[in-house]
Design a binder for this molecule. Sequence first.
Ligand SMILES: [Zn+2]
Ligand SMILES: [Zn+2]
Length: 535
Amino acid sequence: MTAAGTTRAERMALPLARTVVKDLAAEHGACLRPVQLRRTDIDTGHVEQVLIPCGHTLTSVCPACAERARILRAAQCREGWHLDHEPVINPDPATEDQRAAVTGRAGAQVDRDALAREGLDTSELDQRIGELDQQITDTGLRGHVLPARPRRQRSTRRRQDAASLPRRPVSARTVGKTYTAPDGKTFRPSLFVTLTCPSYGRVGEDGAPADPDTYDYARAARDALHFAALFDRFIQNLRRFVGYDLQYFAAIEPQRRLAPHVHLAIRGTISRAELREVIAATYHQVWWPSIEIVRYDGDRLPVWDEQTSTFLDPDTGEILPTWDQALDAITGQDEPHHVTRFGARFDAQGVLAGSRDASRCIGYLTKYLTKHLGECHQAVTDTQADHAARLADALRYEPCSPTCANWLRYGIQPKNPRPGQRPGACKGKAHRREYLGYAGRRVLISRKWSGKTLADHRADRRTWLTSALGLPATDPARYSWEPVKPGDPDHMPNGQRLLHVIADRIQWHTALEMARRRAAEADLPQPGRPHDEPT
Ligand SMILES: [Zn+2]
Ligand SMILES: [Zn+2]
């Protein structure tokens, strides 16, 4: 029977074909927004359409890709946590181009330094050096020839209110100590640590403050904005304290009170007392101009001057102090804009390789990675919603970075000012509700964790799968790739791509199922868990 002659209500009850396609795609773990590429075989000229997953890390955008990304992170975490050998990181030797670029840079440096010694103008050569540095980066070299020189020297005197730490020389070792039990068994314990922000006022079970009026929202906002820098400082201190190149895999997450906290898997072990000492001694000072006085507000805002590309006072037409001038005006007598520290409460537990505890902790570390910080704890009550709104309010006029439009409110031009900047309307992610003031990376991994990048871990899985299925390895040099754009004759609309992706997934599943059965019959190790499919 066709839909003709049925009532509207009956027709509405029929599933929508497009929804079924999406549901089926999700059910088969397929990407919901596959990207279409045109692949040309360089030898034969044969053209094929290839659909690759969008690779998004948020469930709200693409559940399948987000889940695959999370699993990859878990694999990366697991592989580095209990390493018993130093990861080998051998950079490729420099190419001819790279060597030539650095040689050219050396010549320019000598000329510049000679001019500087004579007290002559070096601006032309400085500009040339800037271009050469860019060329060096373009050749694919990592890092910079010279470390960036801080323009301003801030006092490095320790704060009186922070304990000092013993410093040990940091050795190149990255793996933890091994212990031997009386029965001769050796084990190498590792650590799972959680660091939190300090208290801003008492909160209830639901994360909302007992007294919102005394809860320190301004401090909560600033601590969130500078959380990444504080974490960095903590790692530096910890390495100097333990005396080796300690490695970590860390994930930033929100607590119920919407303050960021960080879970860390640490290779090797440190006692609770030592951790407490390092946490107490760790702080980060932000030397930004003062924002005590609101100078421009409401309709009276600085105006942009096309000619000088600067902001002016709307009444006097005076040019506002630039970012650099405002920084130069900070003296040794001034207090820092903000001092951020961790809370005294922390959690640390020893974890043994391969234990259930280890798996549980890896679960914690990757649990929220597929969500925005602000979406991990949805407000269900009015008090929770009110708390989230108050935090967002506190973040609205708080400067998020030197380029933040909010500096105009305090009478300072943001770094690299642009027309259209307006206080309270900065485009920086940190002000957006879903970020809760923290716009940095959600996963922070030290360089010598597993010795592999995420791309390496992905390639590992793919290699494993192609060999499990007995597929020939494809030679990447054989093809050229280009994106297919809407309007191209071979462009497929998303619905059509989804149909292809569903059919592909089913084919993969069948092939993997057959490989499993063959392995079972031959009594070989079982290949294939549900998530080991190609990405
Ligand atoms: Zn996707
Ligand atoms: Zn901003």
